[in-house]
Design a binder for this molecule. Structure first.
Ligand code: GLY
Length: 370
């Protein structure tokens, strides 16, 4: 019942398996990568408590021993201190250059462990076993790895492709509803940026998917991964098309910074709000039909997702301050804000120089309706 999506990157090519029961098959799928029958697994304490025994059993079924480190859950783990702890632990565990490290968790673990693998002994291979919807459809695929700086998210990192990704859709059943819906923000992003038919499908099937329909989950994760694989294959290091994956992210990063990267706003929630704002900005600039932003918002609201700035608890800074936070974003080039805008659903494009006043007007109106 699982799908295999190939990410065609020459010597760095790999497969992404999507489907139920993959933890039980992990040993059989990982064994061909190994030079000796042991792996080092890094997880977080929450994922480890729920799923580490199942991973251990899946590996042991193919005679693979594992040693594991559990880090604290949460965005704060993507820091220098935990990176140092992880790399020192991997050295202590005598992980050699030919060994394989496993990132077993959500986006935080995938990014941090991928970066640790990129720099350990100048680069060891790693396998992503993403356990959140967000990590399954986005962060585990494409090789972006890194940690946060006090100056912003993901500012320290490297491109380092995994050797294999196992997206076990059974694991999604243990996600809290809020986390599942936050991940759905990234799923809907794929329809909005490049596949109107997928967005149509989501309008019909996403409620069942959120309620647990496994076939719908496998399709939605597989379609998202396929779209990401296609884009990454065209533009591995984000010189062009890969920036499409940042639809909604310029607004999102400013809102995440404004809310202190806290539980007030999860990344995927910020992506959903950011997508709604990006379509609003596109319509105001006369780039997309005036009715399109309402269709985007209606779907997100139907899914009980955060859509408006009023859905974020607590105070937010004013529009000028939010714009200043956008300017911190690493998508700035030569001092200009690069935005992903859209001509319609499924027709996003990157534009290098959006008028500052137009962005401010969208933000002011969004803040005024709080
Ligand atoms: N999450 C955006 C990217 O991987 O490029």
């Amino acid at each position: 019942m699982s799908n295999i999506i190939h990410v065609p990157l020459g010597t760095r090519a790999y497969d992404v398996h999507v489907g139920p029961g993959l933890l039980a098959l992990s040993g059989a799928l990982i064994a061909p990568l190994l030079r000796r029958s042991r792996v080092a697994v890094i997880t977080d304490e929450a994922v480890g408590a729920l799923h580490l025994d199942a991973l251990r059993a899946g590996l042991a079924a193919s005679g693979i021993e594992m040693t594991a480190l559990a880090l604290p859950p949460g965005e704060a783990t993507k820091c220098w201190a935990q990176l140092e702890r992880t790399t020192e632990w991997l050295l202590e565990a005598q992980v050699e250059r030919g060994d394989v490290v496993i990132a077993f968790g959500g986006g935080v673990i995938g990014d941090l462990v991928g970066f640790a693998a990129a720099i350990l002994r100048r680069g060891v291979r790693f396998v992503q076993i993403p356990t959140s919807l967000l990590a399954q459809v986005d962060s585990s695929v494409g090789g972006k790895t890194g940690i946060n700086s006090s100056r912003g998210k993901n500012l320290i990192g490297a491109f380092h492709q995994p050797s294999l990704v196992l997206a076990d859709t059974d694991i999604l059943e243990t996600l809290k509803s809020r986390d599942f819906l936050a991940g759905y923000g990234e799923v809907v992003k794929y329809g909005l940026l490049g596949d109107a038919a997928f967005f149509d499908w989501l309008e019909g099937h996403a409620p069942a998917m959120a309620a647990g329909d496994m076939a719908a989950r496998i399709y939605a994760v597989s379609r998202s991964v396929q779209m990401k694989a296609d884009i990454v294959a065209r533009d591995e290091t984000e010189q062009g098309d890969r920036a499409l994956l940042n639809l909604g992210h310029t607004f999102c990063h400013a809102l995440e910074a404004a809310t202190g990267y806290s539980g007030r706003l999860l990344h995927g929630e910020g992506v959903a709000i950011g997508c709604a704002l990006a379509f609003e900005l596109s319509a105001r600039l006369g780039l997309c039909p005036q009715e399109t932003p309402s269709r985007v918002r209606a779907h997100l609201k139907w899914m009980n997702m955060k859509v408006d700035l009023s859905d974020i608890e607590g105070d937010l800074p004013d529009a000028d301050a939010l714009l200043a936070l956008m300017a911190q974003d690493k998508k700035m080039q030569e001092g200009k804000l690069h935005f992903v805008l859209a001509r319609n659903i499924g027709e996003a494009f990157v534009t290098p120089d959006v008028p500052r006043e137009a962005v401010l007007a969208v933000l002011r109106d969004a803040l005024a309706s709080r």
